[in-house]
Structure formats: C-alpha cells, structure tokens
Design a protein around this ligand. Structure first.
Ligand SMILES: CC(=O)SCCNC(=O)CCNC(=O)[C@H](O)C(C)(C)COP(=O)(O)OP(=O)(O)OC[C@H]1O[C@@H](n2cnc3c(N)ncnc32)[C@H](O)[C@@H]1OP(=O)(O)O
Length: 441
C-alpha cells in the first residue's frame, strides 16, 4: 500500500470530466498557508459556517496539513484562489472485528459551492476519491455524513450506528459492579498528554473506531483557537486501576438547569475506557454526581452497558439513534481478509457494484480460528457453502458486524441464492461487541 497519499496525482477521469465545464481539479499544497487558508474558508462556507478568523485558520493549517486536500477551481470567479468545491482525505486505521485494524480512506469536507451545485461536481469528486484510494491500494473508504441521502449512490452504506443518551439521575442508582480503582481529576494539559494513549488502547475493543487526530483532542478539551473560554467549564477525570495504571477518562461539563438553583445537567463530552472496571468506575462517578438531575451523552454506542448498571432501566434512555459511520468496500478480498469472523464456514458472495471496484463472485472461506481467505470463484459453488447476491452497499453495511444480514434480506437488500444463507452470514459476520465510533470526521 502506498502511504504517500498526499502527493498522489489527481484522478484524470474526474479532471477531464470537470474540464468539460471549464473547472479544474487540483490538490492544494497544504504547506502554502495562503492557498490552504482559501480552501479552508471555502469549506467553511460550504457547510454554511461563518468566515473563519486568522487564529483558527492558522491552527487548522498546522493541524490538518497532513491530509490530502483537493479543490475544484473556476477560473472565471472573482477570487480564483478560492475553490468552488472541496474534499479532504487521509488513510485512517479503522477497527474491525477481532481487535484488528484496516487502513481506510477517510473522506471529509465534501462541499460544493451553492453557485456550482447540482451539475455533477460532487459526483466527480467522490468518484475521484474512490479511484485514488483504489490506486493507492486502500481497501475501503469511510465517511460520516451530513445527509443520509447522498452517498448510497457511490456504494456507501451505514455500518455503525450512534445513540444520544440521557440518564435521569434522580431515578438512577448505581447497581453495577463496584470498581476497584480510583477516579481523580486531571488538568486539561494532563488530559491532552495522557488521553491519546488511553484511547489508542481502547480503540481496538470497538469495531468502527477511527484514529483521532491532535486537533480533535484539543477540541474535545475545549482548547479551541480563538475561544479562550471554551475550556473553562470542562472537567476531566481519569480512572486508575488498582495498580495505579490509567485505564480511562471522562470529559464533561456541568450546565446549570434554567430556573433551578443548584440543579445541573452533566454533559459527557467524551468518555473512553480500556477495561470494564474502568467503564464502571467512570460511569458510577458520573451517575452519583451531587446536585445533578440528568446526564446527557452524545455519540455513544447503541447498547451501552450503563443501562444495565442502574437501578431503574428506564432512567437511561436513548433520545436519538441514527446512522453514523458509512463504509464503502473497494477491494473485497483485502477488506474481508482484514477482519476476523465469529463462525467458520464457506460463503459465496455475488457482489454487484455499478462503479466496478468490488464487482465479482467471491468465495469467503473462514477457518476455525475466525481468520478468512477470499478468492474469486471461477468454478461451481461448493455444496456446503452459503450463497447470497448483494450490492456493495449491503456488503459494506454488514462488514463491521453491527448490521444484520437477516434484516437486510428481509428488506430485499440481500438475496439468498441458497435458502437460509443470510443466517449463516450473520453467524460469521456479526460482532460480539456492537460497533461504535465516538467521533465525527
Ligand atoms: C463526508 C462529508 O463531508 S458529508 C458533507 C456533505 N456536504 C454538505 O452537506 C455541504 C452542503 N452540500 C453541498 O455542498 C452539496 O450540495 C453536495 C456536496 C451535498 C452535493 O454537491 P453537488 O455538486 O450539488 O452534487 P452532484 O451534482 O454531483 O450530485 C450527485 C448526485 O447526488 C445527488 N445529490 C446531491 N446532493 C444531494 C443531497 N443533498 N441530497 C440528496 N441527493 C443529493 C444528486 O441528485 C446527484 O444524483 P444522481 O447523480 O444520482 O442523479
């Protein structure tokens, strides 16, 4: 795999397509602060955010320069340095079942200026991203989306769901395990120093997690350039096990309830733990906070253990559940061999992909230890094999083990060529741990 993705050439097919509209597809030199700054302003405008101040631009230029940064330029506009469309991408390790990771092509910052919308610019950008990833040997692409209606046509599907939770702490008494370690406050500087290593260790436990980047850490901690007050209300606690080793942390802020004296909502901004003991230690600490009526926690897993660790099951409830990570398999063999499976067996997958990357008939052979090999199937389907036909979207949806093949079959998204095959697919593909992605990108 070629990791020098920043300097990979622009995709000629999309460049030619855009040229027919007198538009130029080009990567931006992120070491050129002026050029990258123009691109960042265009991205901000594309998401309907305001003009970004110089301090913020300087921080972004420094923190995001490692990404491949692509723009579409229109030589007829008054500011020709400002792209009319943007996209950024980088290789991000993605956790897959079996505590393994696969290099994924993370795509972000897809915008097309309102002046240039609905004339195929985003299609050219997305297709160019997929072809670039394929040329670099990256087996799948991922993104988190503003709208769930855009990316299916490019072969993406939601594979990791997210939930926002509230816990009514007036009704919830901690009934979970009593943790053996201790919780203590740490400073934001300590968090910035120690947090990444803890998350790095925790990341492997949940399929769907994507490696965060330094600027994101600072945002979680409220160290936002241009807003010196952002971190003022943020508290960080760390959980240390009995041996004194840090095993998790929680970042939160207290919001005073309107019209209520000494009544607060505890808003969990980020929480991660490497062990069940640390998870229990941190959630117990949060649930038992004095003067608190409610805990809110966004972007959590859809089946949090804490709902089983409080006295009143109804005190912890999901206020929202939605798609979060979208995946798109590009190289079926490399992607499917990168993860482990829950049950051995042989499965024939007839994959349809209108863009061509994943199209084919594959034989997935899963050994007793859960490792798999994938080959193109040229001959007959083995007698004992499960056999399904599905789109690359459906395969991408079940890839991380959190979406049911049986449900997709019921929905008409997977066709059982051999009856009962979707149950076999589920037995192998389902992850014992529900996938979870704790960040946006
Ligand atoms: C990973 C991320 O960054 S997610 C963020 C996505 N960006 C945003 O939400 C910012 C605001 N929106 C935009 O910048 C633009 O409207 C974009 C990027 C969503 C679309 O750009 P456009 O250049 O207008 O799209 P384009 O003309 O290439 O359309 C491609 C296809 O997507 C469809 N499409 C485009 N936008 C949307 C939408 N918002 N909802 C549903 N379908 C859409 C088009 O109908 C077209 O369909 P077809 O080719 O199957 O006929």
């Amino acid at each position: 795999m070629n990791h020098n993705y920043r300097d990979a050439p622009v995709d000629t097919k999309s460049a030619e397509s855009l040229a027919t509209q007198n538009l130029t597809l080009a990567t931006v030199d992120t070491t050129d602060a002026a050029a990258f700054g123009s691109w960042l302003q265009a991205e901000s405008r594309g998401f309907h955010d305001g003009t970004v101040d110089d301090e913020m631009i300087a921080a972004w230029v420094e923190g995001l320069a490692y990404r491949r940064t692509t723009g579409v330029f229109d030589g007829t506009t008054t500011d020709t340095a400002a792209p009319v469309a943007t996209v950024s991408s980088w290789i991000a390790p993605l956790t897959v079942p079996g505590r393994r990771t696969v290099d994924a092509w993370a795509i972000s910052a897809v915008t097309v200026a309102p002046t240039h919308r609905r004339r195929g610019v985003a299609r050219d950008l997305l297709e160019s991203e997929l072809r670039t990833a394929a040329a670099l040997g990256v087996p799948l692409a991922t993104l988190t989306v503003s709208e769930a209606t855009i990316y299916g046509r490019f072969g993406f599907a939601p594979s990791v769901m997210a939930a926002d939770w509230t816990i009514n702490t007036r009704r919830a008494t901690w009934t979970g395990t009593v943790p053996h370690g201790r919780v203590q406050f740490i400073s934001i500087d300590e968090f910035l120093e120690q947090g990444p290593a803890i998350l790095e260790a925790a990341r492997l436990a949940s399929p769907g997690q994507v490696e965060p980047w330094p600027l994101l850490w600072k945002r979680i901690a409220g160290r936002v350039p241009g807003d010196k007050d952002a971190s003022k209300n943020i508290r960080v606690v760390r959980y240390d096990d009995v041996a004194g080793d840090p095993q998790g942390f929680a970042v939160y802020r207290m919001i005073e309830n309107t019209g209520e004296m000494f009544g607060f909502t505890l808003d969990v901004l980020f929480q991660t733990s490497t062990t069940d003991d640390a998870y229990a230690g941190l959630w117990r600490f949060l649930v038992e906070m004095d003067l608190t009526t409610e805990i809110t926690a966004k972007l959590r897993a859809v089946d949090e253990a804490f709902s089983w660790q409080v006295s009143d099951f109804r005190s912890a409830r999901k206020t929202t559940q939605r798609d979060h990570l979208w995946t798109r398999i590009i190289d079926v063999k490399a992607a499917l061999e990168a993860r482990d499976y829950s049950a051995h067996g042989t499965i024939v997958l007839e994959v349809a992909d209108p863009l061509g990357f994943a199209e084919g008939r594959y034989l997935l052979t899963i050994a007793d230890d859960g490792a798999a090999t994938v080959d193109l199937l040229l001959g007959d389907v083995p007698d004992d094999a499960a056999h399904v036909a599905l789109s690359v979207n459906a395969l991408s949806a079940i890839y991380l083990g959190g979406v049911s093949a049986v449900t997709l079959t019921r929905a008409g998204r997977i066709t059982e060529v051999r009856e009962g095959s979707s149950s076999a697919l589920d037995a192998s593909f389902r992850s014992a741990v529900t996938p979870w992605l704790s960040i946006w990108f």
